[in-house]
Design a protein around this ligand. Structure first.
Ligand SMILES: *Cc1c(COP(=O)(O)O)cnc(C)c1O
Length: 379
């Protein structure tokens, strides 16, 4: 079905089309010069030493846990209110997810104090997810990590260019992982990036990204080397040059795209604040630069209708919505991992959250229409 106002719209034009065509015409379509350029641009944009393009963020997360030596039996503190890949990657290395609740309906990130209470002698790492691009309290989290000698992996899928006290998200922990799946702030179809300021770790990630091989085929094709060794267990988690060409064009637009999203968020807040008896608006007072990946609202208990009833009504009126997220700890494969920690806020949000349309092309009148549709669907 096609919606009058979709949840998301690609910010693509002839620039993306031409970039892919040029790459195909160049005769090199797998990992090569476009990936290199995309990585340099991304690293510069974030002010980080190393950026490695990968097939998607799920592979980035797997590489991160693997290269940081998180292993079988280790515990990793993680959010349950995230996309399942955040936690699946913990399982890929045999580690155990320890689910942590979010702070409140106004702050959908894990609270540092709650994280600290979940630490055990087996804890090896914390994976944080910056919900919608709004930063977790990274000073406190990095301080906890230092005191208990834990690694910090940032799932920064929602937050390219989002800032926390002047630092870009993804550059604060040991590694940051990004996704360029179609509906993310930067779209390449499938795609991802892993960033770090640790040179040694970057070399390890680079090896593991490509079978543990000491050279890649582009280097061999361009005559820089003729043979290779395999020095660690690796994977094929590379990006290709067609996707990197798309990514380069997307990066040229990202600032402007995010500025427009900030404007859209402003219009939403203007329209929605008068309904604060019915809705929580997460991060409503946040002021720092933010990617605004999505615009979530949460139905308060005062709303008698179920979230599904409200969404169905909105869909009938042509407004597409989504849910971020079903709680991971409730999925069949994770029920055995549910610990004693209280996940009641996560469960409330998972049952009552509605994600409203958010993209750079939204206009003020469309935002007003979304809000009118939501409010009449609630009543
Ligand atoms: C999209 C997303 C992922 C997975 O990214 P892929 O590139 O699709 O593998 C992981 N975590 C979060 C929070 C995401 O939003």
């Amino acid at each position: 079905m096609s919606y009058k106002i979709p949840l998301f719209d690609l910010n693509f034009d002839d620039a993306e089309i031409n970039a892919v065509v040029q790459t195909i015409k160049s005769g090199w379509i797998s990992t090569g010069p476009q990936c290199g350029e995309f990585e340099r641009m991304f690293a510069d944009m974030l002010g980080v030493e190393h950026a490695l393009s990968v097939a998607n963020c799920t592979t980035a997360l797997h590489l991160a846990f693997d290269a940081l030596d998180i292993k079988e039996g280790d515990e990793v503190i993680c959010p349950s209110l995230s996309f399942v890949a955040t936690v699946n990657a913990i399982r890929y290395v045999g580690a155990i997810p320890v689910f942590c609740d979010v702070s409140s309906c106004e702050d959908l990130n894990m609270a540092p104090l709650t994280i600290e209470k979940l630490i055990s002698p087996k804890t090896a790492a914390i994976v944080v997810m910056h919900f919608a691009g709004f930063p977790c309290k990274m000073n406190e989290i990095m301080d906890i990590a230092k005191r208990y000698n834990l690694k910090v992996i940032e799932d920064a899928c929602h937050g390219p260019l989002s800032e926390y006290e002047g630092k870009k998200l993804g550059t604060i922990g040991d590694v940051g992982c990004f996704s360029f799946f179609s509906n993310k702030n930067i779209s390449t179809g499938e795609g991802g990036m892993i960033v770090t300021n640790n040179g040694e770790l970057s070399e390890k990630l680079k090896l593991k990204r490509s079978h543990g091989m000491t050279t890649m085929s582009y280097q061999r094709a361009s005559g820089h080397s003729t043979s290779y060794d395999v020095v660690t267990l690796g994977y094929n988690y590379r990006m290709d040059d067609m996707r990197a060409a798309l990514g380069i064009e997307q990066l040229k637009k990202i600032r402007q795209d995010l500025n427009r999203r900030a404007e859209v968020r402003g219009w939403y807040l203007e329209e929605l604040l008068k309904y604060s008896h019915l809705l929580y608006i997460p991060f409503r007072d946040h002021k720092d630069f933010c990617s605004n990946y999505i615009f979530p609202v949460i139905l308060k208990d005062e709303v008698a209708k179920s979230r599904e009833e409200v969404r169905d009504e909105m869909h009938k009126r042509g407004v597409q919505t989504s849910v971020h997220y079903p709680a991971i700890h409730r999925f069949s494969i994770y029920q055995d991992f549910v610990n004693t920690s209280d996940l009641s806020i996560t469960e409330y949000v998972a049952d009552r959250e509605i994600t409203l349309p958010m993209y750079a092309g939204l206009t003020k009148s469309k935002v007003a229409e979304v809000v009118n549709t939501l409010i009449s669907a609630i009543s």
